[in-house]
Every structure is written in C-alpha cells, then in structure tokens.
Design a protein around this ligand. Structure first.
Ligand code: K7E
Ligand code: CUA
Ligand code: CA
Length: 641
C-alpha cells in the first residue's frame, strides 16, 4: 500500500472535482482571503513555517469537510459497555455500538431481537445490563484483518461478544462458565495443525480472578484452592470449546501468526487473594498454550468438567506439565506482575510489559516451540531481551521497522526502543542502543497501539496513546474528566503528537484498521428478518387470547397504522418494519409512558413486547429525525379499560 493509495481512496476524484469547483465559485464571491488561509490548513503540514511536523512526516493530518478518514479506529469503552468507532487521523467519533450496555437510541436491551442476543431471565427481562469492555480484536485472514468480525470482552459478567463489521452491530454474546474477571482476549490467526485454515476460528479468553471450582458455595475459605482458567471460544458458533486450568491468573492475551501458540501474561503466581499476597513474588510468567496438544488432550478425553458446565477443562498447571514433550503449557518466567503481551508483526517476538518491574521482556516464538520439543531446557531461555524501559510499562505496539513502543503508566511516556538493540544489549553488547526516544503523553497512558500494528500489514504511520487522565487538557466538565486519546505520527525519526482528543470514559484498548478492509452495508434486506411486515397491507392488530401482535410499517413520514387498539392487561408485541429503501432513512418508535424506544433502519424489522397496564390514549412517535414531517410521524395506542 503506497502513500497515495492509502490516503486518497478511488472515489475521491469526484470529491476533488467538487471541491475545486466550490472553491472557484466562492473565490469569485470575494472570499479568496479566507479560502487561502483555509487551504493552507488543509495542505501539507511540512509546507507551513513553524509547523510541528518535520519534513519526513505524513503529508497532512487534517480531514477537511467532505473528505474521509483513512483509518477506522475501534475502541472498547470500558465500563460504559459499548464499542466506539472513530476515524483517523481526524479523531472524529462516528458511532457507538451498544454491546453489553443498554442503549435507548437504537433500542439495544429494549427490542426482542437485542434481548435475545444479550440473554434474558425466565421472565423475559435482560439478564445483565452492565459490562466492562477492555479488549477488542477483529478476525484475521492471512495474518491481517479480514473485515468480518470484531470480538470484545466483558470483564464484569464474563462474556465474549461478537460485532459484525458489515453492519457494525453486535450479533452474538456468549457467557463463559467457571471463570471471573474475563480480561484479555485475542482471536487466533491460523489453525495450529491445518495451515489451509489461515483465518480465525478460535477466540482465546483469559480470566483474571481465581474462584473455587466449581463455585457454588463450597471451598469459600480455601483460598489456596481458587483457580483461573484460560478459555477457547469458537469464532463462528461462539460456543465455548475448551478451558485450561492454570497456576496464577491471566492478564492480557496474544496469539501467534502460525496458530501454534496462544499466550497470556500471568500475574499472581503466588495465587494470593489479598493485595500484598499478589505482589509478593519477584517472578510471574508469560504463559504459553500449545493449542494443538490441548485439542488432542480434549479429544482423548483427558479433561474434567465443573458444576453444570459441560465444557472440557484440561490441566495446564505447572506441576502437571513438567515434561516439555507432553506439556500443554509453558511458563516462561517474567519479572513481577507483567501486564501487556503483544506479538511483533513479523511473528517473532512476544513483548511483555513489566508493570511493577521497569522492564520489558522479549520472548522468541521459535524458542518457546523449541521448549515444547524438549530442546530448550529452562523456559527462561526463551527470553532474548529484557530492556529497562521506565516506570509502569503496560502495553507495547510496533511499527514494522524494528521498533517497539511501550506505554509507561507512571512516567506518562511512550518509550520507543529498538528490538535489535535490546537483543544485542541482552547478549552483552554495551554499545547497543536500546531506548531511542521518550515522548511525554498527557497523562498516564494505558494502551498504545499503532495503525495495522497487530497484523502483518503493520504500516508504522500512527500510534494512539489512550491516556487515563486528562486534567488540564480540556475545558472542565465537572468532577468526571474525559480521557485523552493522543494521535502520534511515528512515520519519521521522531514521534510527533498530532492532536489530543477527549474521549468519554473509559476506553482501554483500540485497534486502527485501514478503511479499505471494511465494507459496511448501507441497507438491510427484508429477508434478513423472518418477522418482516412486507407490505403496509399486512398491518393490523392480531389477537391470540390476551396476547396481541401489532404489525406496522414505517414509510416517511407515516406509520401504516394511525391508531391501534388493545385491552388493559394485554401482552402487546409490536413488530415494525421500515419499508423505506433510501440510505440513511432511519425511523424511531417510542410509546409515551411505556419505556419503549427503538430505531428501525431502512428495510429493517424490530419488535418489542410489553404489558399494556394502563387504560388510556398513548401517542407513539418517530424519535429519529427522518423528514420535514418528522414531528407529525405518529401513531396512537388506545388501551381500552
Ligand atoms: Cu491495560 Cu484491561 Cu488492556 Cu486497561 S488493560 S489499560
Ligand atoms: Cu420517521 Cu422521524
Ligand atoms: Ca480517568
């Protein structure tokens, strides 16, 4: 991908033409002075005297009105429970995709369709309406994103969700048994055995909190018996395939490009339950899972199940895996409570960030495989570098040119370091340059991540530092501050901060993906919905005892039923199909005093079910601005006593 094609999509020629003509017209109207200034802003940053970016940096960061961004950035939203979609380099937010939260704009958690995905209690209410999304990663083909799915964790209620990237909507949520504190997650990139399966078929999930197994009231005080599990979920069916019982607990997850290994940082090898206990040991691990061997063990019936769960659990504890030739897991010792683990885009190294140790540790993929072949000896020999980086290293990103960028939470810095330099220095070369640059960020970064940086197509253009604190960076908005998302140009010799964006709390991790990879649909098909109301003539009120189904359609600016009648005490299901076939023509449907609101996109069908408990007249109206007559777009629910 060259500079021009990645920044100037094919469909921009028409836009450029329109811009030119617009400029010409306006200049004629005596606005040339303003336009000249405006043009300079949008031109190459390098052309402006005093501009921050040196000549080697990207041509322009600004995305003027009418122009499109070159990257999508998807961010987890932390305990807001959703997923956010931004454009880069502008930093503009496009959309919030509700996942584990309730969203009254789209009706997520309100419509029957969304409730079926989220999961319900026997009485039909939503089972969980909280979630904490930390890590999200798209599906892969050939070691890069294929634009199909995005997987995201929920740390609170132990769920994995899948978002379709064509509609940018959540389509499946799976609750994982036997665990608590589901934190790290990463899809695989390839099958460990069948190289022809060169795409994602599994999603790995690490559990951070240890619990009694099974957890139904026994063994509460036997804290030494609490355990954590590493889980594999099928990326298509979203069923849990297997779990591995481990020592300590999982933190972040990474996967190999050849599919052979999954990795998790492990802290709390002490297996303590109190704060001082969890920090007492000098060493924890980066733990590697031999995916093929684990699946063979499951096939061979070498597993247990716990409680009501049918999920096979194999034993990945250190004691049970002492012989490398049969081991399912390999514990590579890493100093003190490591946090992030990230694989380099060439697939060679896993970089662990020390958190309580000021170091990063590089583990060679080949050497871990060698350990599993019984040819390495001590697992610690898989470590090929351990540079001292600074205080509070959390996560590492790559540029594809041999440099790693680690976030320093305590130092509030991004530290750029040389992979080759770190390896040489570890081998005793005193002249090797390891750290090449430190950039102050504002303030306390969590994840730093680069454009396409977690793929083979890592392009080394941008790094975003998602910082946990913003203090003086933005207009104050009360006690809760936004976070700071800083866009950093890493394409030149020096890192350059391009801009700060405030982001509403509390994204943790994000990925930056080239826009060409994703092909969003602009319209549903009626056939996508088995309950679609295909014609206004199918509208009406259909009674079955005290269950009433109201079918109607929307076509701007009207609903097909100006009025519908039900009886007090009825259980009412409203099925609404938006028959408008025009891109961007979405309608809403809200019912006064019934806590109902949802949208229907063009050609989409949604339904809601509720009890009509109050007699009277209740206006239903379109909540989504759709037409000049939007305010008049109404219906009336009459509830007869
Ligand atoms: Cu470092 Cu949950 Cu990715 Cu937050 S974790 S920062
Ligand atoms: Cu339909 Cu507003
Ligand atoms: Ca904060």
């Amino acid at each position: 991908m060259n500079e021009t094609s990645s920044r100037q999509p094919a469909d921009l020629s028409r836009r450029r033409f329109l811009n030119t003509t617009a400029f010409a017209g306006l200049a004629g109207a005596g606005l040339s002075v303003g336009l000249a200034a405006c043009k300079q802003d949008t031109g190459a940053a390098t052309a402006q005297p005093g501009a921050a970016a040196p000549a080697s940096h990207s041509d322009s960061y600004s995305v003027p009105p009418g122009q499109l961004d070159t990257y999508y950035m998807f961010s987890s939203a932390g305990h807001a429970g959703d997923v956010r979609v931004f454009g880069l380099p502008s930093g503009r937010e496009f959309k919030r995709i509700p996942v584990f939260n309730t969203d009254c704009m789209v009706g997520w958690g309100i419509t029957n369709e969304s409730k079926a995905i989220i999961g319900t209690n026997p009485d039909g209410s939503v089972k969980f309406n909280t979630g904490d999304t930390h890590h999200l990663h798209p599906s892969y083909t050939d070691g890069t994103y294929d634009g199909k799915y995005l997987f995201v964790n929920d740390k609170i209620n132990c769920r994995l969700a899948r978002v379709r990237l064509d509609t940018m909507e959540c389509d499946k949520i799976t609750e994982i048994p036997n665990i608590q504190g589901f934190h790290g997650t990463f899809p695989d990139k390839c099958d460990p055995v069948d190289a022809a399966i060169n795409h994602t078929t599994r999603v790995f999930c690490g559990a951070e909190f240890s619990v009694p197994l099974p957890n139904f009231g026994k063994g509460i005080d036997d804290t030494a018996g609490y355990r954590s599990l590493f889980t594999c979920v099928d990326s298509e069916s979203m069923e849990v395939r297997w779990q591995v019982l481990i020592d300590g607990n999982c933190e972040l997850v990474a996967t190999a490009y050849d599919g052979k290994l999954a990795a998790t940082t492990q802290y709390n090898s002490e297996m303590g339950t109190t704060y001082p206990d969890m920090m007492s040991a000098e060493w924890d691990s980066c733990l590697f899972f031999n995916v093929a061997r684990i699946e063979q063990a499951v096939k061979d019936g070498k597993f247990k199940t716990y409680g009501d769960s049918k999920v096979p659990v194999v034993d990945g504890s250190k004691a049970a895996n002492a012989d490398p030739k049969t081991a399912l897991t390999c514990y590579v010792p890493i100093p003190k409570n490591p946090h992030g683990v990230n694989i380099s885009p060439d697939g060679k190294y896993y970089a662990c960030a020390g958190k309580l140790s000021p170091s990063g540790s590089l583990i060679a993929h080949e050497l871990v495989l060698k350990w599993f072949d019984g040819e390495l000896g001590e697992p610690r020999k898989a470590v090929v570098a351990e540079p001292e980086l600074g205080l509070g290293p959390l996560h590492t990103a790559f540029d594809g040119r041999g440099y790693a960028y680690t976030t320093m939470f305590l130092d509030s810095q991004i530290v750029k370091w040389s992979i080759e330099g770190a390896i040489k220095s570890y081998q005793g070369d005193k002249d090797a340059t390891v750290v090449v640059e430190r950039l102050d960020v504002h303030y306390q970064p969590g994840h730093g991540f680069t454009s396409m940086g977690e793929t083979r197509e890592c392009d080394g253009k941008f790094l975003v530092s998602d910082n946990k604190f913003s203090k003086d960076r933005f207009l104050p908005v009360g006690p809760l501050h936004p976070e700071t998302s800083q866009l950093i140009d890493i394409s030149g010799d020096k890192m350059v901060i391009v801009h700060d964006n405030p982001v509403s709390s509390e994204p943790h991790d994000s990925i930056i993906i080239r826009r060409e990879i994703i092909t969003p649909k602009q319209m549903y098909k009626l056939d996508d919905f088995p309950n679609a109301v295909r014609d206004a003539k199918e509208s009406g009120v259909f009674r079955d005892g005290n269950k009433v189904t109201v079918k109607l359609v929307s076509q701007a600016p009207a609903f097909s039923l100006p009025e519908f009648r039900v009886k007090k005490g009825d259980e009412v299901t409203i099925i609404l199909t938006n028959l408008d076939k025009i891109e961007d023509l979405t309608h809403g449907f809200a019912i006064q005093r019934h806590n109902i609101n949802f949208i229907v996109n063009p050609q989409e069908t949604k339904s809601v079910t509720f009890k009509a408990n109050k007699a009277g007249v209740f206006w239903c109206y379109c909540t989504h601005f759709c037409h000049a007559m939007h305010m008049e777009m109404r219906s009336r629910m009459v509830v007869e006593a």
